[in-house]
Design a protein around this ligand. Structure first.
Ligand SMILES: [Zn+2]
Ligand SMILES: [Zn+2]
Length: 166
């Protein structure tokens, strides 16, 4: 079946010199993969790519999977930036023999990692960092060049199944 998940992530912006903070057009999302028949696999998705990469089971198990980023929209306001991503994927039921659990359309404990980039106006250098689901919040991020505050993550990304795919 064709399924879609929506990811919503908000970051509070710090009042520091302009660092041109931006969401990088890629993310990692945990998914139940019917191809390698494992639940909670980290899957790499890139905006514009028509397929994703499932990390599979171990180092040699990496393979392409039928998932793509359908929507990748961000809204930037003075004090926060909000990202909304919709991932479309093909899902089929299976049993994860290793964990002895049935697969779910939306994996049991959804996990996402976003990547952000910036450019330091003081040092004229760029940098990047990531924000993921399982962090002790609130967590703040500083510039690796001038130590200015960049943003703060107060709430974990929200991941939910869209029952009515667009
Ligand atoms: Zn897989
Ligand atoms: Zn800086």
């Amino acid at each position: 079946m064709l399924a879609s998940v929506e990811i919503r992530t908000v970051l509070a912006m710090a009042d520091s010199p302009v660092h041109n903070l931006h969401w990088q057009p890629k993310l990692a999302l945990s998914m139940d993969c019917f191809t390698c028949e494992r639940t909670g696999r980290t899957t790499w998705l890139t905006v514009g790519a028509e397929r994703a990469v499932c990390t599979g089971d171990g180092r040699d198990g990496q393979h392409y999977s039928a998932a793509r980023i359908a929507t990748f929209d961000h809204t930037d306001e003075r004090h926060q930036t909000s990202l909304r991503v919709v991932v479309d994927y093909w899902w089929a039921p299976f049993h994860d023999a290793k964990r002895d659990i049935a697969a779910a359309v939306l994996t049991r404990t959804p996990w996402v990692r976003h990547y952000l980039g910036y450019r330091c106006p003081q040092q004229e250098e760029s940098g990047e960092f990531s924000i993921k689901t399982n962090l002790n919040r609130p967590v703040s991020q500083t510039c690796q060049h001038c130590s200015a505050s960049l943003c703060e993550s107060r709430d974990a990304p929200q991941v939910r199944l869209l029952m009515d795919p667009r």
